[in-house]
Ligand binder design. Structure first.
Ligand code: SAM
Ligand code: SF4
Length: 446
């Protein structure tokens, strides 16, 4: 039997797909890159915005048409939505809740009459087949208790559950033994983590991972401002392996909108948090990058309220922001509110923030000019140029080597090319020679 997994959405979905792939392979399935030829096609869905949902409808239609005999499985955010199930009733074979991953083989067997054994119950205990050989997502929990009024996640993934610290540490240690260079601790709200048995919180967990031996980088996402405690902020300042980048979604700069979003903090609390985080980071060599999520055009958002977001944007000077136009989600609290900001106005607000972001990001990036920084090389582009990420999550393009041998990718006999051939998955020193808004260019140091 062959399988193909299509993943839409966040890091949690990517990580869930890694677990599902490993689970299927343990049972003898083979991965096939072609969705039109695989026996089982799994779509790991996202329902956060309408666009992501629409992609699933398109994919299911195409796969049914081009691969009519396949078993189509829908998992992830949309798998329990009755309206989606009704719409795709005749085309989808299996609706699979993420937490019920281990039941998939039983259900395939019912359709296919093939024999599989089913043993595993808790899907987070399944050892994943990591997509990368040097950077890994390690889920520390699943679900959300916050019920922000616009968001489907608490309905799609259920209430928060967390993995025991012992289990997380064992997974991280195995990865480090294999030579992984980057560990990303992930959950919908990492900083509400609790190990129920030992009482350890997220700051404790962070320190435990940070204290493991080895030359690796540590990251986490996503954090909620309400759970950003002083203890955690202190840990951010003291954990040396922890990268200088915090993703802290604000969603809006207007207190009235934040209240109606049910975010349980106001804009001043957010400002104070950023101030404290920056202060704690001052002993580190590199300024901490702050990134965020914003929703424009939430029901009832006036121009004046939007301007409060613009003001906060300028004050914080974000390095990056994921800006979303509000998309009403069936079953959420705000679905009942009138979606009264027109699409045109949402687009305008989105563009205004994007423009502003280009300015703040460029201003932040000026710090890097002529500096030598560490870069984890993560891929090569079509022209053969290596790209990577800084500890601050900036994209760095490595244009050549500092030794002056210029454009390494074209000079095939240049010995530096050979050296560069080995840098994928390595942490290297790069001198920044050109600064842009969303990317930096540099030269590889000897
Ligand atoms: N847990 C994180 C937090 O509290 O900020 C965010 C997780 S959510 C899956 C990712 C982002 O999608 C949110 O931060 C929000 O900006 C965006 N989002 C969620 N629901 C949305 C909606 N109905 N319309 C537009 N954007 C939405
Ligand atoms: Fe959604 Fe809010 Fe939970 Fe984030 S905290 S996943 S936005 S409900």
């Amino acid at each position: 039997m062959t399988y193909h997994i299509i993943t839409i959405g966040c890091q949690m979905n990517i990580s869930d797909s890694e677990r599902l792939a490993a689970f299927l392979e343990q049972e003898g399935f083979k991965s096939l890159p072609n969705q039109n030829k695989a026996n089982v096609v799994v779509i790991n869905t996202c329902g956060v915005k309408q666009g992501a949902e629409d992609r699933v409808y398109g994919l299911v239609n195409v796969i049914r048409l081009r691969n009519p005999k396949s078993i189509i499985v829908i998992t992830g955010c949309l798998s329990e939505r009755p309206d989606v199930q009704r719409r795709l009733k005749t085309k989808v074979d299996i609706w699979l809740k993420t937490a019920d991953m281990a039941t998939l083989l039983d259900r395939i067997r019912k359709i296919d009459k093939t024999k599989f054994r089913v043993e595993l119950k808790d899907y987070l205990k399944i050892k994943p087949k990591y997509n990368s050989a040097f950077s890994a997502f390690v889920p520390i929990g699943n679900g959300c208790n916050n019920f922000c009024s616009y968001c489907v996640v608490p309905y799609a993934r259920g209430r928060e559950t967390y993995r025991p610290a012992k289990e997380i540490m064992a997974e991280v240690k195995t990865l480090l033994k294999k030579g992984y260079k980057e560990i990303n601790l992930i959950a919908q709200n990492v900083n509400s983590y609790r190990d129920l048995k030992s009482g350890l919180d997220f700051a404790d967990l962070l320190k435990m991972v940070n204290d493991l031996p080895g030359n690796f980088w540590l990251r986490f996402s996503t954090s909620h401002p309400k759970d950003m405690t002083d203890k955690l902020i202190k840990a951010i300042g003291t954990c040396q392996k922890l990268c200088e980048h915090i993703h802290l979604p604000i969603q809006s700069g207007s207190d009235e909108i934040l209240k109606r979003m049910n975010r349980s903090y106001n804009s001043n609390r957010y400002r104070q948090l950023i101030k404290k985080i920056r202060l704690q980071n001052k002993y580190k060599k590199i300024p901490i990058a702050i990134t965020t999520d914003i929703i424009v055009g939430f029901p009832g958002e006036t121009k004046k309220q939007f301007k409060e977001t613009v003001k906060l944007f300028k004050e914080i000077s974000f390095d990056l922001a994921y800006i979303s136009r509000y998309s009403p989600r069936y079953g959420t609290l705000s679905f009942k509110m009138k979606d009264n900001v027109s699409e045109e106005e949402k687009k305008k607000r989105d563009q205004e923030l994007q423009l502003l972001l280009r300015k703040t990001a460029l201003a932040d990036n000026l710090w890097y000019q002529d500096k030598i920084i560490d870069v984890l090389v993560d891929h090569k582009d079509r022209q053969g140029i290596y790209l990577g990420k800084s500890r601050t999550f900036k994209t760095i393009k490595i244009m050549g080597s500092e030794s002056g041998k210029d454009d390494l990718k074209v000079k095939k006999n240049n010995s530096d090319v050979k050296k560069q051939n080995n840098i994928l998955g390595q942490i290297v020193k790069v001198k920044i020679v050109r600064v842009r808004d969303f990317g930096l260019e540099g030269l590889l140091m000897a």
